[in-house]
Design a binder for this molecule. Structure first.
Ligand code: SF4
Length: 255
């Protein structure tokens, strides 16, 4: 129950900040609109302001529809096809502004990113996507590997000797169980290469909040279910994940 409340709160943080960002953008547009009618400005100056105001109004309206689409999709747990484009605008264009606003309010950025990941996962789950196991790519970070292990697994995860000293072993167990593809990535460049090589229809990604948010935005329109990693030894050092959470994300796409 406590966990459910936490998840609800998590989603509300991003949606709340996105709403405030849109209101602030609306106020900025109103101020620009006011300047257009200022008598002391030149005709050219007014034209530039008018074009800027029109562009902002268009963007805000689109993102407003997107926000409505996000809330409706989460509440009704089903996708609203006409809202897909505006939802993308709201998420991709306004996400950096949401972070700026969060920083201004001194909200922990990782909290905002976790909230974004939760919202994204809800939007993906509402779409009920079913694919073949080979069409699913599991992207995992290299920092899951025990830092004393000498085997190079980024080129091929099969180089892992499955000694069980780190959770790469669990990744291989899940790969064998479900028949999915796996890519161990050291960063965004290698992750993008796996996406280009395997052309997945969906992705399950394990990473920290920062890499997950950028990965979700980068992979768009490929649906990504994000699983935040565990960092008992600090960032990027012998990280871990909850196998049941990962199995649940995989099963969402392939079962
Ligand atoms: S399971 Fe063992 S062999 Fe495989 S990556 Fe981890 S430490 Fe290395």
């Amino acid at each position: 129950m406590g966990n459910l409340v936490q998840v609800q709160e998590r989603k509300r943080l991003f949606i709340g900040l996105l709403s405030v960002t849109l209101v602030l953008a609306g106020l900025l547009t109103a101020a620009i609109w006011y300047l257009i009618f200022s008598p002391e400005k030149s005709g050219f100056y007014k034209l530039v302001l008018l074009l800027l105001a029109m562009a902002l109004i268009g963007l805000i309206l689109l993102a407003g529809f997107g926000l409505a689409g996000i809330v409706l999709t989460i509440v009704r747990s089903r996708p609203f096809v006409p809202f897909q484009g505006p939802m993308r605008v709201a998420l991709n264009t306004f996400f950096p502004l949401v972070l700026v606003l969060g920083r201004a309010f001194r909200i922990d950025l990782d909290r905002i990113k976790r909230s974004f990941i939760e919202v994204n996962n809800n939007l993906v789950r509402a779409r009920q996507i079913k694919i073949q196991p080979r069409q699913l790519l599991l992207l995992a970070p290299h920092c899951l590997q025990n830092n004393e292990c000498v085997h190079k697994i980024t080129g091929s995860v099969d180089n892992c000797h499955r000694c069980g000293r780190c959770s790469v072993n669990k990744i291989l167990d899940l790969r064998d169980k479900y028949g999915i593809r796996v890519g161990m990535a050291t960063g965004g460049t290698l992750a993008r290469k796996y996406v280009v090589d395997y052309r997945p229809k969906a992705i399950v990604a394990i990473a920290c909040e920062r890499d997950l948010t950028s990965g979700i935005l980068d992979a768009n329109p490929i649906p990504v279910l994000g699983v935040t990693n565990l960092r008992p030894n600090g960032p990027c050092n012998n990280t871990d994940f909850l196998p049941e959470q990962l199995a649940w994300a995989i099963e969402f796409f392939v079962k």
